[in-house]
Write a protein that binds this ligand. Structure first.
Ligand code: NOJ
Length: 748
């Protein structure tokens, strides 16, 4: 018996040692494990099969670009497709996945992409609106919900977050981003990635994020979409690149190249940008996809002689996957056979795609995102809708409120809701509304009706269309308005006037809407404007004739309810603009963190001619970055700092006391800016470096404290080294970028 036991012990020791020896060969980290698996699979693949993995095709469910190949089912079966986008629902995705898994030799599953930009079925406010909430937790949560809903319908890859910094509201895609500020853009980018991907991509309710559009797509000349970007290295590194980097550091598992060129080289063929900066310098480990037919477009850009050349340039630059161009599909085999593309280059692109499929768990179960029960129970739940409603109210920005025109008293007898956006469900979705259904949206008119009691009569007149109108419709609207005690005027752009391919040269109110507003303003009744738009608008006249304006963006599924919550005072508005509203389109590009110039204009000496200014419009904007009013009032104490001199490496500490001195409980976004008084390179007049969103009951006081790392004050010097200067700084704290108080400190 004793002998038996020691024999057993001996065998277990031998077994354990053998296991250790064999374990030495098996990679230990998850990443290394997927790497190892992808390498093993790669060895089994033919050239044809490899190239197939790099082909991303759209289904014909949505059209998000200029071309479509209706034969995608057969191509999948032939192993010529690696992923599909613009397809959703468990049934459809199951059919597509079956076509791949059951017909191809190696049974490699597809993954499924979609533009889940501000919600999947439950649509939240457009990203520019969400950014105006300055509520990072809520922004992350909206992406979490979007990921849960999208993955419940088979999707495992979103083409988001879009993190392009934009300073030109003519560009329609400003609606998809976080606005003009780099620091805030970074914080929002990180949270969006986290929301989509969670902390474990192998969970069936997380999806791969795709940071886009790499890089500097938000700076097209003249604000015209797809136009040339011509940018200095300094601007690129200082203002445009950091949000992409922040998304990469937050773990974004894919990146999309932009349509534009940078320094004359299109992003999609830009080796320096993709293989150099993104992969080598930033350590990006995911896969890179082109934008829609972006590889083909290297031909009209004039850097590729033909499509074969385009494919060669793109893959050698580091683009792994070809969105919709089929240029890799048609040319890569020849390119490899003729040695213009090395097998190594092809293999590494394929490996990046395979690793993504391993990370998603698709090799364990290709149908793991096809769960009918999840599809039934996790989409548009009451919780998701309640969250969406809250997100709408948090995104609203109160731009003007004379004589407390807002909030509207719920006991008012007759309210007229007037305007082309008052009862338009489809416009509430905004652009890129994924699988959101317009007929499930709550309009402003419906939201107002839901908010008031049966004793309040709610009347409606359209007044005009968004872009056109007849005098007779304005007359009809006036007669409705005259009968009311209070008028809510719903004006702005249609949902499709912003987004991709929707640049405008005139960013005022379109059509006859200003005439409608003028007419309403003359009847002498209290009224408030609810503004719907996907970009900052130049609306100086509307501002001057309206007692109150509430910026509402495009709020999505729960738009009307969320806006009504603010209009009637159930929610105290707390949103702040993340993009400057100009007075005139001629001021564009206009942004708060501009340079001082050698001849700065001083408004207290308006007659000084030889200053940097316009002769027909003031320099300052209509509504500055960070601006947004509240129903209550916040009083700021002077800033106090622990000390005024710091040594390099020491944390900088500043605080203010804030009192809610108004009549409502409410939230405030306390903003911190910094200004370096001297630099080797000129510094902006101020730069956002922190904020705190606080809630104070009326009468309450709070000490708000900021701690800055001197690294936060660094910048790129003339040799492009990133360091913090010693010297004198101003620290500014306030309620928006144009209303701050300041204190000086020194870094010794
Ligand atoms: C083109 C757009 O630029 C990009 O943002 C989008 O993700 C793709 N089309 C796919 O729809």
């Amino acid at each position: 018996m004793v002998r038996m036991n020691s024999l057993k012990r001996l065998f277990s020791i031998i077994f354990f040692l053998a296991l250790m020896v064999s374990c030495k060969k098996i990679p230990v980290t998850q990443e290394a494990f997927y790497n190892y698996k992808a390498d093993s699979l790669l060895k089994l693949m033919t050239l044809d099969e490899k190239v197939g993995q790099l082909n991303l095709l759209t289904s014909d469910w949505s059209v998000t670009g200029p071309s479509i190949n209706k034969n995608y089912f057969n191509l999948i079966k032939e192993g010529k497709v690696g992923a599909i986008f613009n397809a959703y629902t468990v049934d459809y995705i199951t059919r597509l996945q079956k076509a791949a898994v059951e017909n191809t030799r190696l049974h490699i599953p597809l993954f499924f992409g979609y533009d889940v930009i501000h919600g999947h079925r439950t649509i939240f406010p457009i990203p520019l609106g969400q950014a105006a909430s300055w509520d990072l937790d809520m922004i992350e949560q909206s992406e979490r919900i979007a990921a849960v809903e999208a993955s419940a319908e088979g999707i495992n890859w979103t083409f988001a977050p879009m993190v392009d910094i934009a300073r030109d509201p003519r560009w329609g895609r400003v609606s998809e981003g976080a606005g003009e500020d780099t620091w805030l853009g970074c914080r929002i980018a990180e949270r969006r990635v986290k929301g989509f991907q969670g902390n474990d991509l192998s969970k069936p309710n997380t999806i791969i994020a795709c940071v886009k559009h790499f890089a500097a797509y938000g700076a097209p000349q003249a604000g015209r979409d797809y136009n040339t970007v011509d940018i200095s290295d300094r601007s690129l590194f200082e203002w445009y690149l950091p949000p992409y980097k922040a998304a990469v550091e937050a773990g974004a598992a894919s990146a999309m190249t932009s349509f534009n060129e940078i320094s004359g080289i299109p992003s999609t063929s830009n080796k320096w940008l993709i293989n150099g900066l993104l992969r080598k310098q930033w350590g990006f480990k995911g896969f890179v996809v082109s934008d829609y037919t972006g590889i083909d477009e290297l031909v009209p850009h004039g850097v590729a002689a033909n499509l074969e050349h385009a494919a060669q340039l793109a893959i050698n630059a580091g683009v792994d996957m070809d969105m919709q161009g089929e240029t890799y599909q048609k040319n890569l085999i020849d390119l490899v056979n003729t040695g213009k593309v090395s097998l190594n280059t092809l293999n590494s692109a394929v490996k990046n795609i395979l690793i993504a499929k391993y990370r998603l768990g698709l090799f364990d179960d290709p149908y793991r995102y096809c769960d009918k029960n999840r599809e039934k129970t996790e989409i548009m739940t009451p919780g998701n809708l309640a969250f969406a409603r809250k997100m709408v109210s948090k995104s609203c920005v109160l731009l003007k409120n004379e004589n407390q025109t807002l909030p509207v008293n719920k006991n008012i007898k007759k309210i007229a809701v007037i305007g082309p956006l008052a009862d338009s469900k489809v416009d509430m979705l905004g652009n890129w509304s994924a699988a959101g259904e317009w007929n499930q949206c709550v309009t402003l008119l419906e939201g107002v009706k839901n908010a008031v009691s049966v004793d309040t009569k709610v009347m409606y007149a359209k007044g005009c269309d968004v872009t056109s109108g007849k005098d007779s419709d304005i007359v009809k609207a006036l007669s409705v308005a005259k009968d009311a005690d209070y008028i809510i005027l719903a004006l702005g752009e249609s949902g499709s006037m912003s987004g991709e391919a929707s640049s405008r040269s005139n960013i005022g109110l379109p059509g006859n809407q200003l005439e409608l507003a003028r007419a309403i303003s003359k009847i002498g009744k209290p009224f408030a404007v609810a503004l719907f738009n996907g970009r900052p608008l130049a609306i100086p006249e509307l501002d001057s004739i309206s007692p109150a304006i509430l910026e509402t963006w495009f709020g999505g599924t729960q738009a009307g309810n969320g806006i009504a919550d603010v209009l009637f005072g159930d929610v105290c508005p707390s949103g702040k603009l993340t993009m400057t509203f100009p007075r005139s389109v001629g001021q564009v590009p206009i942004f708060y963190n501009h340079k001082n110039t050698g001849r700065p204009f001083d408004a207290s000496h308006p007659a000084d001619k030889y200053k940097s200014r316009y002769i027909d419009v003031p320099n300052d904007p209509l509504y500055p970055f960070g601006f947004g009013l509240s129903y209550t009032h916040f009083t700021y104490s002077p800033i106090s700092m622990e000390k005024s001199e710091y040594h390099p490496g020491e944390k900088i500490n500043a605080s203010v006391n804030i009192v809610n001195s108004g009549n409502y409980d409410g939230e405030e976004v306390v903003q911190l800016y910094v200004h370096a008084l001297l630099g080797e390179v000129t510094r902006p007049v101020e730069e956002l470096k922190g904020f705190k969103k606080i809630f104070l009951k009326k009468g309450e006081i709070l000490n708000v404290n900021f701690i800055l790392d001197p690294k936060d004050l660094g910048y790129y010097h003339s040799d492009m080294s990133f360091t913090t200067d010693k010297g004198e700084y101003e620290l500014l704290i306030g309620t928006n970028s144009a209303d701050t108080q300041k204190i000086k400190f020194i870094i010794r």
